[in-house]
Design a protein around this ligand. Structure first.
Ligand SMILES: O=P(O)(O)OC[C@H]1O[C@H](O[C@H]2O[C@H](CO)[C@@H](O)[C@H](O)[C@H]2O)[C@H](O)[C@@H](O)[C@@H]1O
Length: 266
């Protein structure tokens, strides 16, 4: 644990009622599985979040998933005060209600062109498209050589994203075509600003490239004097977060252990 991370955790323990804790979903609260529709939160995640919810200023999940899907797969319905920001911050779930903008027209255009584009790129038949309404995620995890398949698709999907006014979001054996103008860092910053009070401390836990923007947000808050903790849910697939984290834990089970330890300390 870095000194900054220790300072951040101490600040959370000292004034939990004004602390903000943020979490990614897949790979952080939910173990990675081959089929995105089969992902479920670690069995200890919802109970640990439910223990922390009444103690903390705010708990927020910031995910690439549609907000309602993360709530369902996480078993988060009923956790008082929990907010889920879905589709990289475009959607907000709170107390059972989702607010979301209409999908960009470019998503429909990309959806229509994608089969032809994937065929032209020679995408293996195991390549899987997850349609998230506001975005399209092209997964290669189930391919025999997922990294090779991903690289084969990267530039052609970047070109499709550009043609359709979308942005290409890379992740763990996935390339997503999604609306530009929002990321997890902006989502976290906006969430904090909208609460109207300066947090006593901020923690964010993530595992994937899309979480780096949230790490940036925590670091900029630190520069403004807000203690912060960067937690990496470690994996061999992505190492970029571990290099910047204050604390690296062993995947979702390590994140859940951290949450339990935090809850036990009150
Ligand atoms: O922001 P997150 O909560 O981490 O969501 C990012 C994307 O995660 C999902 O894909 C990842 O998890 C799948 C299930 O374990 C796995 O099969 C895939 O290889 C991973 O990339 C999800 O399917 C995407 O929609 C999310 O945007």
């Amino acid at each position: 644990m870095t000194a900054a991370g220790t300072g951040g955790l101490d600040a959370i323990r000292k004034n939990p009622a004004e602390a903000v804790l943020g979490f990614d979903f897949d790979g952080t609260l939910a173990p990675i599985v081959d089929d995105p529709a089969s992902a479920r939160a670690h069995p200890g995640a919802a109970p640990a979040l439910a223990r922390l919810a009444p103690l903390m200023g705010a708990l927020v999940i910031v995910t690439g998933r549609p907000a309602a899907v993360a709530v369902e797969y996480g078993g988060f319905e009923g956790i008082d005060g929990l907010v889920v920001l879905g589709q990289y911050g475009l959607e907000r779930w709170e107390s059972g209600v989702v607010t979301a903008p209409a999908p960009l027209p470019g998503v429909a255009e990309a959806r229509a062109k994608l089969p032809e584009v994937l065929a032209a790129a020679g995408a293996p038949p195991e390549t899987f498209v997850e349609d998230k309404g506001q975005a399209l995620a092209v997964h290669t995890r189930r391919c025999a050589e997922p990294e090779v398949a991903l690289e084969r698709l990267r530039s052609i999907l970047a070109a499709l994203a550009e043609r359709t006014g979308l942005t290409l979001e890379p992740g763990r054996f996935v390339l997503e075509l999604r609306p530009p103008g929002m990321d997890k860092g902006m989502a976290l910053r906006t969430f904090i600003t909208d609460r109207g009070e300066r947090p006593s401390a901020v923690l964010f836990a993530g595992d994937d490239l899309g979480d780096l923007a949230a790490f940036d947000a925590v670091e900029s808050l630190r520069a403004e004097g807000v203690p912060g903790v960067l937690v990496c849910s470690g994996s061999t697939e992505v190492t970029a977060l571990a290099e910047r984290a204050d604390l690296v834990v062993d995947g979702p089970s390590g994140v859940v252990d951290l949450l339990k330890t935090l809850a036990d300390s009150f």
